[in-house]
Design a protein around this ligand. Structure first.
Ligand SMILES: [Zn+2]
Length: 257
C-alpha cells in the first residue's frame, strides 16, 4: 500500500519508509553539515508525485530545489513518522541559569500544528515567488521571497560568510527589492534599517509562509520552569535506536514522560 501525504502547499505524493541503504546518508558527517542529507532522504523516499501543488516540474520528476522549505520539512517529518512511528523522544537542557538540568521530552510528531499555504501566498508564489509588504517605520514597500530547497542549501555558507552581520545578510538574502533603492545599495539600506522594521520583516516572512510549527513548550522536571524550545533534530530523529541505547546507559534519562 502506498503511503500518500499532502504537504502544506497541496503538493501530494507517496513516500516509502527509510531503508538500511539510507544509513550511509545518516552517517555521513559531510552531508549532515551541508544540510544535503534532507535532499538525499527526500529523493530516495519520495516515490511518486500525485499533485504538484503550486510547482511546475515541467512534467518531469519532482525537483526538491524548487520546493518550499515548509513542504520539505513536512515531508521529512512524515518520512520519519512512517519509518519509526510518530513518537519522538529527545533531550534539551533547561534554560534556567541556576538549573540547566537535562529535560527529557517526548511528543507525537503528528500533534505539531501545520499551517497550509494561504490562497494569497499561493498567488504570490505563483507570481514568481514575490511577496509585498510595507515597512512600518520607513514606509517603503519591500518585496521578498519564501525559501526553497535551493536556498536552504546556501544558508550554511551564507551564515558563515556573514560574520557578525547575520541579520542583514539574512534580510538581504530574502529581500528581492526595496522601493526606490537601487539593487547595489540594497544591503546598505538593510544595514540602516531600524530594528523595529527588521523585526517586522522577520514576522512578515513567517506570516505568509507555510509549514510545521516546531517551537514547543516543555517543562523542566527539576525546577518545573516552563519554556519554549525549538524541536531539536539530532541523530536520534532518524536513528531513534541510538537514543534508546544512550538512555539505557544513562539512568538519569530513564524518567521519560
Ligand atoms: Zn530546570
Amino acid at each position: 500500500m502506498p503511503h500518500i501525504i499532502t504537504c502544506p502547499t497541496g503538493l501530494t505524493g507517496s513516500i516509502r519508509r527509510l531503508k538500511v541503504r539510507e544509513e550511509r546518508f545518516l552517517a555521513d558527517r559531510k552531508l549532515a553539515k551541508s544540510g544535503a542529507i534532507v535532499d538525499e532522504l527526500l529523493r530516495a523516499c519520495w516515490e511518486e508525485t500525485h499533485d504538484a501543488g503550486p510547482y511546475d516540474f515541467g512534467g518531469k520528476a519532482i525537483d526538491w530545489d524548487k520546493v518550499l522549505q515548509g513542504d520539505r520539512f513536512f515531508a521529512l517529518l512524515e518520512l520519519r513518522a512512517l519509518t519509526y512511528g510518530s513518537e519522538y523522544a529527545f533531550a534539551v537542557n533547561c534554560s534556567e541559569p541556576g538549573c540547566r538540568a537535562r529535560i527529557d521530552w517526548e511528543l507525537n510528531l503528528h500533534d505539531l500544528p501545520v499551517r497550509p499555504l494561504s490562497e494569497e501566498s499561493r498567488a504570490a508564489f505563483l507570481d514568481g515567488n514575490r511577496f509585498e509588504t510595507r515597512l512600518p517605520d520607513g514606509g517603503k514597500r519591500v518585496w521578498f521571497r519564501l525559501l526553497t530547497g535551493a536556498d536552504e542549501r546556501k544558508l550554511p555558507a551564507m551564515r558563515r560568510n556573514a560574520g557578525d552581520r547575520v541579520l542583514s545578510a539574512m534580510l538581504g538574502f530574502r529581500c528581492l527589492e526595496v522601493e526606490g533603492v537601487e539593487a547595489k545599495n540594497k544591503r546598505r539600506f538593510l544595514e540602516d534599517l531600524s530594528m523595529r522594521d527588521a523585526d517586522f520583516l522577520l514576522d512578515e516572512f513567517d506570516r505568509v509562509d507555510c509549514g510545521v510549527e516546531t517551537t514547543i513548550e516543555v517543562e523542566c522536571q527539576e525546577c518545573f520552569a516552563r519554556q519554549h524550545v525549538q524541536l531539536p533534530f539530532d541523530q536520534s530523529f532518524f536513528l531513534p535506536g541510538k537514543a534508546r541505547a544512550a538512555r539505557r546507559r544513562d539512568p538519569s534519562g530513564s524518567s521519560l514522560k
